[in-house]
Design a protein around this ligand. Structure first.
Ligand SMILES: [Zn+2]
Length: 314
């Protein structure tokens, strides 16, 4: 059968063939906040819904999210709908995308060569009018913060809006760069990809990954040749590079060095734990969780004192 209403389609899918996965999501919620949809399962249930997901991923994902939130069987909010196991025809080599694929779902396999730290990202930013106090909300895209043109309350244009963090919708965001896994080129084609929510901090330099995501152009472009990125909807780590160049004791030394520097730089008796972790991750390419593990070890051994998120007394 085929559906006119995607909301109805996803409701039937979730209460039919995907009943067990939905139950698992409910059991694991709120620690677990992602529902991974196997595209092939969707396809064997209803081919046209599955094809529509490839063609209009943002829209279909929104319908799937809405259907999930409205299910009588479970009670979840803020779940990330992810899709994986895309058909082979959607698998593209890094850098081989075409204009007609913009806005569509792709599967790209690549090697992680660069990554930023995790940062808060405003999916929707709230602004307060300094003249009348009215809040205006603006959906955001990567790049410059976009402000409303006019206040909805007093109708002044550009009243000098103030960003209001508490009223904005913030998520964790991490930018990574991938290249083809087998390239011998000196400057291989590279693709920027954005990881959000529970996908952050999953990969490290050298890891081989399969990204399923939407091929997009950045907003606010300054040139007619557009810069692009992949908005990642799902991530498979096909091969992890073990960072065996550094042993646990070396990582502990990096931590102690960063801690000492941090304390000297801030001229304080304690350092912010997150800054120490950031410094070690950025300088040595060690995975964040490994640094955290070693900090816990140092605390356990009383090499450093801990209270809350701060480190003291080396
Ligand atoms: Zn106003």
């Amino acid at each position: 059968m085929s559906y006119d209403d995607p909301l109805e389609a996803f409701t039937d899918f979730f209460t039919g063939p995907y009943r067990e996965q939905i139950q698992e999501l409910d059991d694991g919620y709120p620690d677990e906040r992602s529902l991974r949809i196997d595209w092939h399962t969707l396809e064997s249930w209803d081919g046209s819904v599955a094809d529509e997901f490839l063609r209009k991923p943002s829209r279909m994902r929104q319908f799937a999210t809405n259907a999930l939130t409205r299910l009588d069987e479970i009670s979840v909010v803020g779940v990330n709908v992810r899709v994986y196991n895309l058909p082979d025809r959607k698998t593209v080599r890094v850098g081989k995308y075409r204009t007609r694929q913009l806005g569509k779902l792709l599967s790209v396999r690549g090697k992680v060569v660069d990554m930023d730290g995790v940062q808060p990202y405003a999916e929707e930013a709230a602004f307060e009018c300094p003249l009348c106090g009215t809040l205006s909300r603006m959906p955001q895209s990567y790049g410059d913060l976009m402000k409303p043109n006019e206040c909805a309350g007093c109708e002044h244009s550009k009243p000098g809006f103030r960003f209001n963090r508490e009223q904005s919708e913030l998520v964790d965001l991490q930018k990574i760069v991938i290249i083809p896994p087998d390239s011998n080129l000196e400057e291989p084609p590279a693709t920027i990809a954005f990881l959000k929510n529970d996908l952050v901090d999953m990969v490290g330099p050298g890891d081989l990954v399969t990204l399923n995501g939407i091929y997009e152009t950045f907003d606010g472009q300054s040139e007619s040749t557009l810069s692009t990125y992949i908005e990642v909807l799902d991530l498979d780590i096909t091969e992890r590079t073990e960072i065996d160049t550094y042993g646990a004791s070396e990582i502990r030394e990096f931590i102690m060095d960063a801690l000492t520097e941090e304390i000297q730089a801030t001229d304080d008796w304690a350092a912010d734990r997150a800054s120490v972790v950031d410094a070690v991750v950025e300088r040595h390419g060690v995975r964040r969780e490994e640094v955290d593990d070693q900090i816990e070890y140092l605390i356990g051994e009383n090499d450093v004192g801990a209270e809350g998120s701060r480190l003291f007394d080396i």
